[in-house]
Design a binder for this molecule. Structure first.
Ligand SMILES: Cc1cc2nc3c(=O)[nH]c(=O)nc-3n(C[C@H](O)[C@H](O)[C@H](O)COP(=O)(O)OP(=O)(O)OC[C@H]3O[C@@H](n4cnc5c(N)ncnc54)[C@H](O)[C@@H]3O)c2cc1C
Length: 397
């Protein structure tokens, strides 16, 4: 007897689990296929920062999508925590985006021009910064103060989405997808080593590994691995009262479990040879990243010299050629959708991606964002490989 579902989702990272959860919540019969383990990709390594600031989002629908997803968390977190009995370490607090040199002042002020009308924020000088957190470096010039931003544990979030989807009827199978079942230009299921699974719709949410679907679809799924490393520290001082980041030195966050997260390395930290060395390389924590990240953190908060390293994480972000996610139906095919390429923002954009894909599958369109043009797969019908390098070097964290 062949296995069947309404929808197959491939990949149990935050994006695939969000898609499965939003579909299952609507009573749709979902089968989620994962070849390794839930949260074994990039999603387990992420900082879980849900900030609207920084250079990741651009004016227009990119920022609209970021705000829409940010708003989802307020309801989604308790909706997952209650039935799963998990604490996602979710915190909503003000944030500081620090400038330690003139270059960082310019970077922050350029973004403020278009972000300020949408987000409650203001520029504060060095004295005001130190009134909030006196332990910060004397070289700080000023900062952008944001009234609210948020952060959670991305691995716990990933697991809670998976469990939440299961509790709403989704099935999670430990299987690697090795091909697609097609009939003309319709996708009607997937092949796995232990048998075929049939469905009316298939969603590719395999993170950086989604590009394996390119030959099967005859359509580019342009995603490449972009390595990121970060550190969890045990810092004996009082927790930081705000979430902290800087354009060139990364983030510094006191988590609600008492650990301090610092990082992350991004495209700018690897030379061209290493930048796209592949997922196995990306899983290896390196000494050079550890030293660099510790130094950057100590530059911002000198007292972190007293901290002890608890864990070093390394993973592959799914980089898209323009750093924007690739979400929606695949041109030329019926029954298959992409949900990948979220680059540095897959945790933040996971919930809205789940909502959008559920909308496409149920209604053929979405109202979650006013215009999906910037995110649809068809923008890459003629993509150029060089774009990856540009996107990686400008990705912040
Ligand atoms: C150091 C670091 C810090 C980050 N910080 C943040 C942050 O603060 N905020 C933020 O929003 N984002 C952050 N990110 C980015 C974020 O982690 C990614 O954008 C996001 O995790 C991508 O999720 P995903 O579900 O698409 O992919 P993944 O989490 O990689 O999941 C893909 C899954 O698909 C599975 N898979 C692949 N191929 C197959 C197959 N053929 N069959 C079955 N299963 C398959 C894989 O095993 C994997 O489990 C960070 C990333 C890193 C590395």
């Amino acid at each position: 007897m062949p296995e069947t579902a309404d929808v197959i989702v491939i990949g149990a990272g935050v994006v695939g689990c969000s898609v499965a959860y939003y579909l299952a919540r609507e009573g749709i019969k979902v089968t989620l296929l994962e070849r390794e383990a839930i949260g074994s990709g990039a999603s387990a390594h992420a900082t879980g920062s849900l900030s609207l600031l920084g250079a990741e989002f651009s004016p227009g629908t990119s920022f609209e999508m970021a705000r829409a997803s940010y708003a989802e968390f307020h309801q989604l977190v308790p909706e997952l925590e209650e039935p799963t009995a998990m604490d996602l370490l979710y915190q909503r607090r003000p944030s500081l985006r620090l400038a330690l040199d003139d270059g960082e002042v310019d970077l922050i002020r350029e973004l403020m021009v278009w972000q300020e009308p949408h987000v409650s924020m203001r520029w504060i000088d060095a004295d005001e910064v130190r009134a909030i957190e006196p332990r910060l470096s004397p070289s700080i010039i000023g900062a952008m103060y944001e009234d609210e931003s948020a952060q959670l544990d991305s691995y716990r979030f990933n697991l809670a989405l998976a469990r939440g989807a299961e509790l709403k009827g989704a099935q999670i199978l430990h299987r690697e997808v090795t091909g697609l079942i097609t009939n003309g230009n319709t996708v009607s299921g997937v092949r796995t080593a232990s048998g075929d699974v049939h469905a009316d719709a298939v969603v590719v949410a395999a993170g950086t590994w989604s590009r394996a679907f390119t030959p099967w679809l005859g359509f580019p799924v342009p995603v490449r691995p972009m390595k990121g490393e970060r550190l969890l520290l045990n810092y004996p001082g009082e927790p930081l009262p705000v979430l902290i980041s800087s354009p060139r030195r990364g983030h510094m966050i006191s988590r609600t479990d008492g650990l301090t997260s610092v990082g992350s390395t991004g495209g700018r930290d690897y030379d061209q040879r290493d930048l796209f060395a592949g997922e196995e390389f990306d899983r290896q924590p390196t000494e050079s990243a550890r030293l660099e990240l510790l130094q950057r953190a100590i530059d911002v908060l000198p007292d972190l010299e007293r901290a002890e390293l608890v864990q070093q994480l390394a993973g592959s972000r799914p980089l898209s050629p323009d750093s924007k996610p690739i979400i929606g139906p695949v041109p030329g095919w019926d029954g298959i959708y992409l949900a990948t390429g979220h680059t540095t923002k897959g945790i933040h954009l996971g919930p809205v991606t789940g909502r959008i894909i559920a909308d496409y599958i149920r209604h053929g369109s979405t109202q979650a964002v006013s215009d999906m043009t910037e995110f649809l797969p068809d923008r890459f019908a003629d993509f150029a490989d060089d774009d990856f390098l540009v996107a990686a070097q400008s990705a912040e964290e």
